[in-house]
Design a protein. Sequence first.
Length: 79
Amino acid sequence: MRCAPITLDIPPHLVKQARLFAARGDDLQAVCHVLDDYGRLVAEVRQLRARVAQLDYEGAALDARLTALQDACRAILQL
């Protein structure tokens, strides 16, 4: 089922930005491309944020292990 087009007053600066991102023909195609792509981009940003959080956790765990290893090495050198 196809819906009837909706007329929206989109500020010119947003249309201009859409044309820069979309690199497509006319204003309508550019805005539609950006709107179509929005959901995918939001999902990717969420995945990237989760991955960064995981990397932060892994980095902290690695730092803790490195500190423990350095402490053990210092203890061995003092023997």
